[in-house]
Design a protein around this ligand. Structure first.
Ligand SMILES: [Zn+2]
Length: 290
C-alpha cells in the first residue's frame, strides 16, 4: 500500500495536468518591480523575467507544453533573447520549458537540480528520461551565487530541505523583489517533495529565515498562487505552523492519519486545499513528521 501511494504521489502532477488544453493556457504579465515581470502561466505557475541593459534573464521556464505562449509573452516585453535561465528547483512545471526557452541561454541552478535532470528517473513503472543536454544547467552551485546583472547584484541562495533538496531563492535588491519558487504556494497548502529532499519543518524554517533576513518592503513571487507582501508571507507562515500544531497534537492524542482525515481536523483551512494539495494530502505530508 505504501508503495502504491508513493507512486500515486509522484504521478499526481502528471495526472492533474494530463487533461489540460495546453494551447489555451494564457500568460498574465505584471511588472512587480523595476525591470522585473511576473509571467503567470495558466494561473498555475509563476515565472519571472528580468530585463535591463545587460540583457534578459528568465527565472523558471514553466511546462514544456507552454513554451510557445511563454516565448510570445517574453517577446511582448523585449526583443532580446533570454541570456540566462535560472531554475528554482527540478520539478517539471519549472524546468519543463528549459529546452525551448534555454537551449541558447546559459542555464543556472543548484547542484541538486543539475544532478536530478541529468539522470533518468524511475518511480514505480514510470520512467522520466533525463532532460536533453541543452536543457540541463550549464552552471550549478551549492550555497550562494552573487550575480551582477542589469545594474544590481542578484543573490541566488540555496535554502536546504524545504520544498525539495535543491530550492534556491533569487533576490533583486534594487527592484525589491524576491522570487521564492515553490517555497511558497501562496493561499494554498504547499507540496513538499519528501522523496526528493523536501521536509515540511524545513519548509516552515526556510520561510522564517526569509522573514528574518530580508527587508519588509519586498514583493514576493512564489511558485504558485498570488504575489505576496512580506506581511502576507508572515501570515502564511503562521498558518502553516498552526496546521502543523493541529496535526502534531492529534497524533499525540493517538489519532491515525485516517481518523484525522475523517474528522476533517484541517477544515478551518479548507480554502487552502482546493488547488493541488488537499487537506488529506497535507495530513499525509505532516503525519510522519511527528
Ligand atoms: Zn515544485
Amino acid at each position: 500500500m505504501k508503495k502504491i501511494s508513493l507512486f500515486l504521489l509522484l504521478l499526481i502532477p502528471a495526472i492533474a495536468f494530463a487533461q489540460r488544453d495546453w494551447s489555451a493556457m494564457k500568460i498574465t504579465t505584471t511588472e512587480v518591480g523595476p525591470g522585473v515581470y511576473r509571467l503567470f502561466v495558466g494561473e498555475s505557475v509563476s515565472t519571472v523575467l528580468f530585463v535591463g541593459e545587460d540583457g534578459v534573464m528568465l527565472i523558471d521556464a514553466a511546462y514544456e507544453q507552454t513554451a510557445p505562449q511563454l516565448k510570445a509573452a517574453i517577446e511582448a516585453i523585449t526583443s532580446h533573447p533570454v541570456k540566462y535561465l535560472v531554475n528554482t528547483h527540478h520539478h517539471g512545471d519549472h524546468v519543463g520549458g528549459n529546452y525551448n526557452m534555454g537551449k541558447d541561454a546559459t542555464i543556472i541552478a543548484h547542484h541538486f537540480v543539475k544532478d536530478f535532470v541529468s539522470r533518468e528517473q524511475r518511480a514505480g513503472e514510470r520512467v522520466t528520461p533525463a532532460l536533453p543536454k541543452e536543457a540541463r544547467p550549464d552552471i550549478s552551485f551549492s550555497d550562494e551565487l552573487k550575480f551582477d546583472f542589469n545594474g544590481q547584484v542578484l543573490q541566488m541562495l540555496h535554502l536546504p530541505k524545504g520544498h525539495t533538496g535543491g530550492d534556491i531563492i533569487i533576490y533583486f535588491p534594487e527592484s525589491k523583489v524576491l522570487k521564492m519558487g515553490d517555497l511558497l504556494f501562496a493561499d494554498n497548502f504547499p507540496f513538499v517533495d519528501v522523496n526528493n529532499g523536501g521536509d515540511p519543518m524545513g519548509y516552515v524554517r526556510n520561510q522564517q529565515f526569509i522573514l528574518e533576513n530580508y527587508p519588509e518592503d519586498l514583493t514576493i513571487v512564489g511558485g504558485h498562487g498570488p504575489v505576496y507582501t512580506m506581511a502576507q508571507l508572515r501570515e502564511y507562515n503562521k498558518t502553516l505552523v498552526q496546521t502543523l500544531e493541529v496535526v502534531r497534537k492529534a497524533k499525540e492524542a493517538g489519532m491515525t492519519a485516517e481518523q484525522m482525515k475523517a474528522n476533517r481536523i484541517l477544515k478551518e483551512w479548507e480554502e487552502w486545499g482546493k488547488f493541488f494539495i488537499t487537506e488529506d494530502r497535507w495530513i499525509d505530508t505532516l503525519f510522519p513528521v511527528f
